[in-house]
Design a protein around this ligand. Structure first.
Ligand code: NOJ
Length: 555
């Protein structure tokens, strides 16, 4: 239960389901609602409070469902509205909540709104999207690049004008200056809330408002317009304010948002959002031009970045906490050790994440320490971003080997392989042929094996962390203080609330780490400290942390 009158989600943990790869109920090789329903026991055992479903709406699947052609229906790949209602009822009966993905920066180019908009420059819905005339000199309306390679403008033959698409060609951007379009989005959100869903994860929601200057000829790229705050406040009035009796949750995905932005977006007094997904910590190992420009990551940079967000949102606003999702590499491969210390590093990183102040998000498979896909040929990849970048990089002269190496560490497909449920065929994900290859280690890394592994179970460790957040006000709300900020191996911090104090010590390396007793008074006490949770059963009183050992001490 949350402490005092803090919002319910301060004690909650969210689990992200990427439906295509979660569990397949009908044997067609693609995960679906029937599969999710068959695994609710797994999620209930884990103890998560909220399930967030990545998009399951009708979609041509140009970007794995983030290109929506009908916001009011379920794609037949995943099931039907009736099955959705049954799933929702089952989730609620188990005491969990269900959050939908809201993708309204863009639609699919197959959405009827876009069909109408593109039909004529005089269409009443022309202005629902961002159109620009073709220039006489052949130049594009701006210099913006799409996130999925190539220019962000597409010439549409129907009217010989360009439309904006920040993502794939099949994902035209909506024009949020248009009040009728906004009203249609609000009505759609209200229909889902009436159906019983418990909130929304809002896709790239800071991108909906573009500054007029950034849409002028020659402009280099997107700039967020302050009207984004008006749009979110309006959305709150039109959608959420009507439902004071419901316990809802909103989280806005916001690439490029700063701490100061996040304070404004998540200050409860401003009635915008409950929390945002920021990107600072997952962009630290990117080069200046692209995420595929892989740079080494210093532990000091990672922990300092997260600590800055902890401080920035300490008094106003709230953090979401994540180290992985369907767009990022697997956290154990990226930040931990997916070789000999896979279990230790998965649990150490989980403890560090869950013990920050904020709402933690667990991405499917992270609860058993799933690793990157390990693909070695371009034929194994499915993601539009990876495939487009492969083509673009080769055309620009990069070698196939270099491109494959970058994809191996950065492709979104690393986190999109099927959840490994068992050591059986297709990792127990499907009785058919999976739509994307199963990661090669599924015989060892799978839910059955993990849950049978006693003290070494990543699932059980994660379950205990989630329970700690339910139980301990200091985990929910305690003030955060980073220790030893420059240390490149130790991730240490305290959480304090009244007389309660936790000391978190994680050795983020494969070598033993000797603690400096000067770090914290708890380490200078003679008595053996009280261990709240740790991933190594031995040596609690010693001043040496084993490889990737984490200890959470009280005092
Ligand atoms: C962010 C989503 O998480 C990602 O998967 C998607 O490709 C883009 N937004 C576009 O919708």
């Amino acid at each position: 239960m949350p402490h005092t009158d803090a919002p319910w989600w301060t004690s909650a943990t969210v689990y992200q389901i990427w439906p295509r790869s979660f569990a397949d109920g009908d044997g067609d090789g693609v995960g679906d609602l029937a599969g999710i329903r068959s695994k609710l026991g797994h999620l209930h055992d884990l103890g998560v409070d909220v399930l967030w479903l990545s998009p399951i709406y009708r979609s041509p699947q140009a970007d794995a469902g983030y290109d929506i052609s009908d916001y009011d229906d379920i794609d037949p790949l995943f099931g039907t509205l009736d099955e959705f209602d049954e799933l929702l009822a089952e989730v609620h009966a188990l005491g969990m909540k269900l959050v939908m993905d809201l993708v309204v920066n863009h639609t699919s180019d197959q959405h009827p709104w876009f069909a109408e908009s593109r039909s004529s420059v005089d269409s009443p819905e022309r202005d629902w999207y961002v159109w620009r005339p073709r220039a006489a000199d052949g130049s594009l309306p701006t210099e913006w690049r799409s996130f999925f390679s190539g220019p962000a403008w597409q010439l549409d033959p129907a009217t010989d004008e360009h439309y904006l698409h920040m993502f794939a060609v099949g994902q035209p951007d909506l024009n949020w200056r248009n009040a009728e379009m906004r009203a249609a989005v609000h009505a759609m959100m209200n229909r889902w809330l009436d159906r019983g869903v418990d909130g929304f994860r809002m896709d790239v929601i800071n991108f909906i408002a573009k500054t007029p200057a950034s849409l002028e000829p020659g402009a280099a790229g997107f700039e967020m317009d302050p009207s984004v705050h008006d749009h979110l406040q309006e959305m709150h009035r039109e959608v959420f304010a009507h439902r004071p009796d419901r316990q809802l949750i909103t989280v806005g995905e916001m690439p490029g948002a700063t701490v100061d932005d996040a304070v404004l977006f998540t200050d409860q007094q401003r009635h915008e959002l409950d929390m945002v997904f920021q990107f600072e910590h997952v962009d630290l190992d990117h080069g200046p031009d692209s995420k595929f420009d892989v740079r080494p990551l210093r532990l000091s940079a990672l922990k300092r970045s997260l600590a800055r967000w902890q401080e920035g949102l300490a008094d106003r606003g709230w953090n979401s906490l994540y180290l992985g999702n369907h767009d990022q590499p697997r956290l154990v491969s990226r930040f931990g050790d997916d070789g000999p210390y896979r279990v230790e590093s998965a649990t150490a990183l989980a403890a560090v994440l869950h013990l920050h102040r904020g709402t933690p998000y667990v991405y499917q498979g992270d609860e058993i320490g799933m690793t990157n896909a390990g693909f070695t040929s371009i034929e194994q990849y499915r993601d539009v971003e990876s495939l487009n970048w492969h083509e673009e990089a080769l055309a620009a002269g990069a070698s196939e080997a270099d491109v494959l190496e970058a994809l191996r560490s950065r492709s979104r497909d690393n986190a999109r392989t099927p959840v490994q449920w068992s050591a059986g065929a297709a990792a127990g994900f499907t009785t058919g042929t999976p739509w994307i290859g199963v990661t090669a280690n599924s015989a060892e890394v799978n839910v059955e094996a993990d849950r049978a592994s006693g003290e070494r179970s990543v699932f059980d460790f994660t379950r205990r962390l989630i329970a700690l957040r339910h139980e301990l006000p200091v985990v929910q709300l305690g003030a955060f203080a980073l220790l030893a900020p420059d240390d490149e191996r130790l991730w240490a911090f305290t959480r304090t609330l009244g007389d309660e104090r936790l000391l978190v010590l994680a050795n983020c390396s494969g070598e033993p780490y000797d603690l400096d007793p000067g770090l914290d008074p708890v380490l200078r006490r003679r008595s053996v400290p009280d261990l709240v949770i740790g991933n190594t059963p031995h040596g609690i009183g010693s001043l040496t942390l084993g490889p990737w050992e984490v200890r959470v001490l009280r005092g």
